[in-house]
Design a protein around this ligand. Sequence first.
Ligand code: UTP
Length: 290
Amino acid sequence: MKITKCVFPVAGLGTRFLPVTKELAKEMLPLVNRPIISYGVEEAVASGCNEIIMITGRAKRSIEDYFDRSFELEEMLKSRGKVALYEKMLKIANMAEILFVRQRQPLGLGHAVLCAEPMCKNEFFAVALPDDVFINPEDPVIAQLIRVHEKMGGSVIALEEVEPQNVSRYGIVKSQFEVEPGIHKIVDMVEKPLLEEAPSNLAIMGRYVLSPKIFELLHNQQAGTGGEIQLTDSLKTLCSQEPVWGVVFKGRRFDCGTQKGWLSANVQLALEDPELRAVILDVVNKELNQ
Ligand code: UTP
C-alpha cells in the first residue's frame, strides 16, 4: 500500500524559543522567505504524501490560518493587479489536504503521534518533525525513507552520523548490520546517551516511516525522559518485534529547533540567494571594518 499520509506533530511548547513562543508558533518563524513548517510540508508533498495530519495545540492557530484560503487578501491582491502574489497565496492553500487534530495536553512526542491513530491505524505512515529542515530538491528525505520501506517492508528512521561531542544530544541507534551502504538494521536505541555508553554515532533525525503497530505500543507506553511519552521508547520496543531500518539520508539538514540553529539556518540559506547575500555581506563587512 502506497504511503500517502504524513503526520506533523506541532503541539510542543517550544520552550527553547521563549518568550517568542509564548503566543507564536515556532513553526511559523520565517526561514528566509517562508515559515519553517512550509519546508516540511513541501517535502512531504514532493515525496507523494498528499494527506497531511497536523497535531496542534494552543497558540498554534496561525498554522491552520497559513494553510487556509484568505479570501479578503486574495480579493485585494486580485483587485490591485498583483497576480503573481495572488497565485502564490492560492498555491499555499492548495498545497495539500491538511487535517488538524488537537493534542489537548503536550504529553510528549509519542502522545502526539498517538493522536493520529484514528487517521492512520491501518497503514504505514510518515512522520515529520518540522524543526528539522531537510534540503534535497532532487530527492526529498521522506521519499528516500518511503523507497526503503517499499523495498524492505517495516518501519524506517532517518539517521545522521554525528560528531562524538554531539552524541548525547540525540537518540542513538544500535545497528545489527548494514544491509547496503547507508541502510542499517536497527536492533536497539537509546535517548541522549553518554558518549561512553552510546552504541554508535548514528543519530535519529526528524523523519520516520512508521508501522501502525506503533499505536498499540504507544497506548501502553509509560512516561519516560522529562515525564513525557517518548516516541523513542516505543520505537525501541518496535525494533524487537518488527523490522526497523535506519537510513543515513542524503541531503542537508538544518536544526531550527533552537534560536542559534534557526539563526544559522537563516544566514546559510540567505547566503544562497544573490540579493540577500549582498545584504548579509554588506552588514558583515561594515561590522568588520568598524
Ligand atoms: P521537542 O522535544 O523539540 O519540544 O518536540 P518542543 O516543545 O517543540 O520544543 P522545546 O524543546 O520545548 O523548545 C519535538 C517535536 O514534537 C512535537 C513538537 O512540536 C516538535 O515538533 N511535540 C512535542 C508535540 O507535538 N507534542 C508534545 O507533547 C511534545
